[in-house]
Design a protein around this ligand. Sequence first.
Ligand SMILES: *[C@@H]1O[C@H](CO)[C@@H](O)[C@H](O)[C@H]1NC(C)=O
Ligand SMILES: *[C@@H]1O[C@H](CO)[C@@H](O)[C@H](O)[C@H]1NC(C)=O
Ligand SMILES: *[C@@H]1O[C@H](CO)[C@@H](O)[C@H](O)[C@H]1NC(C)=O
Ligand SMILES: *[C@@H]1O[C@H](CO)[C@@H](O)[C@H](O)[C@H]1NC(C)=O
Ligand SMILES: *[C@@H]1O[C@H](CO)[C@@H](O)[C@H](O)[C@H]1NC(C)=O
Ligand SMILES: *[C@@H]1O[C@H](CO)[C@@H](O)[C@H](O)[C@H]1NC(C)=O
Length: 550
Amino acid sequence: MRFQSSLSALTLAVAVEAAAVEPRATTTTTSTSSTTTGPNWFQTTPELYAGTTETGSAPFLAETNPVTFTGVSYTPNYPLQTSEPIQGANGQNIFHWMGNLSPYYPSVDGFGVEEYPLPSGTNITQMHLLQRHGSRYPSSSEGLATWGEKIMNLTAKGTKFTDNLAFLNDWSYGLGLEILVARGRQELFDSGILNWYNYGKLYNSSSSHKLVARTTTEDRMLKSAENFLAGFFGLDWTEYANLLPIIEEVGYNNSLIGMYACDKALEWEESSLMMEPIEEWMETYLKDITATLKKQAGGYDWTVADSYDAQALCAYETVSFGYSPFCELFDFAHWKDYSYLIDIEFAVMSGFASPAGRAQGIAWVEEFLARVQGHLLTVTDTDANMTLDTNEVTFPTDQTLYFDFAHDASIVSTLTAFGFEQFAGSLPVTGPPADQEFFTSKIVPFAGRINIEIIRAPHKVPAKRPTGSQAEAYVAGTSETYYVHFLLNQRTLPLHSSFTGCEYRDDGWCELDTFLAIQKDSLAQSQFDYACNGNYTFTSYGTVTNGVPA
Ligand SMILES: *[C@@H]1O[C@H](CO)[C@@H](O)[C@H](O)[C@H]1NC(C)=O
Ligand SMILES: *[C@@H]1O[C@H](CO)[C@@H](O)[C@H](O)[C@H]1NC(C)=O
Ligand SMILES: *[C@@H]1O[C@H](CO)[C@@H](O)[C@H](O)[C@H]1NC(C)=O
Ligand SMILES: *[C@@H]1O[C@H](CO)[C@@H](O)[C@H](O)[C@H]1NC(C)=O
Ligand SMILES: *[C@@H]1O[C@H](CO)[C@@H](O)[C@H](O)[C@H]1NC(C)=O
Ligand SMILES: *[C@@H]1O[C@H](CO)[C@@H](O)[C@H](O)[C@H]1NC(C)=O
């Protein structure tokens, strides 16, 4: 029960803070003029349903940066100072082991296949992006501000922390809530630039309408999209794109945050059954370090929940202020274990271990399938917003580029709804399995993203890809063939690893027709109506393995 506060914090990491948001009065002011009459779909200012927007203390890294660390040569901050020595790291980076709180980094190891060039004469005809927002302050539900106040109360009343915790004697809490930090703006701007280099030529400058990009109304989501578009097009992006903010609030249909129109998903996230495996693993991996820190707490009864909050503060202070003294309290193994806690959390909340894992992500899957096939959304048993998705103005189906912005939980659910069973392996509460593939830090770091390419080849491309020259890289006597290629944080997601219908290919692609045939079953498999509204009882961790009720 002690964890309840820090853990609903967990539920946290998402957006579950159904903070009562007062929709502001609508006005006719717009930043992006649309060419339509009727509703102004593309209003971005003033913001509606922006959620909590609390700013924190300004950083002053020039003053707070320790600059050098014992045994580490000088490393200029870039812009964060992350060169503090961590016991047991041996050159590994703890910021790659912070689950969904890892600042963006490309997935260096990949997901099981190498990368291959396109054979000459083959073209990418569409790219669909599902992009997470950037680094942010904690969610309201995480309770970190209360933790900070507690520590400041202790020191004000004379508690003297010692040894590694001595820095707390002069420490004060200064984080805001929910909104992007500067690093988060940078991550999205950088992603816009990266996507421009990768896909700029796909932008159709002779299109009859501006490109429609979609995000949610939440402040960090809106601003993530704007920073991305500024990176992709430049500061005059409103000349090229209309941004559609879809209402993010409990009870509203929104494919970019499917949980808000899925009652059972919301109920599950509040349930002690969902919390059980998370609490159990937390108690296990933080037991010893908690005993050590307790001795340095000047008589205060330092608990496992305090150790967990201290780890979260390392992640948040680093992206907010550029450096955090909390990081060095823990050794490298504690960071791997912390990341594993977040892996369990997302599997059970949004992934294959959640009874509504598929249901929460199916709306975006169906939207993707509709766009690939060039028609408005026709299926109704999802929680996509049908007002928007049956209108070509708000759901154009003739674009070559689709930019959608979403949350960590939505991206995990979307992968689940597609059926990426590569990530369905069980995550025991006793610790990480040797064959673990579901790593939230590799899948949904801040600004994590899925790029889905549709590829047209004049002939079939052989499953066994030649290295070097791709000039002769076609199967003789075959005709034009389309492929689909998924990239997750800049590495290929091999489709054969999750879909038995997709043949093994070196490049991890799948023939588009085959993939579309496989996806015909996804909607039924999600059991959307039953999973979100059914009268079923929740079952304990381990009983749900396919993202639907046990
Ligand atoms: C397809 O790709 C080739 C290069 O392989 C390029 O020359 C050609 O212009 C592209 N076609 C289209 C329609 O983009
Ligand atoms: C901190 O101290 C103030 C004043 O005594 C009190 O009102 C507040 O509840 C305390 N906060 C916490 C988190 O303990
Ligand atoms: C670009 O837009 C024009 C006008 O709407 C359309 O005719 C053309 O097919 C589009 N090009 C592509 C590659 O989609
Ligand atoms: C769908 O979106 C429109 C436009 O924002 C909004 O007015 C409507 O309430 C939404 N419908 C649902 C069911 O969320
Ligand atoms: C909203 O989603 C529900 C399913 O949760 C669906 O039945 C309904 O048609 C949707 N309404 C709109 C306007 O999108
Ligand atoms: C839900 O199921 C339980 C157990 O089967 C039953 O007692 C209850 O009446 C059902 N509730 C509704 C609203 O159908």
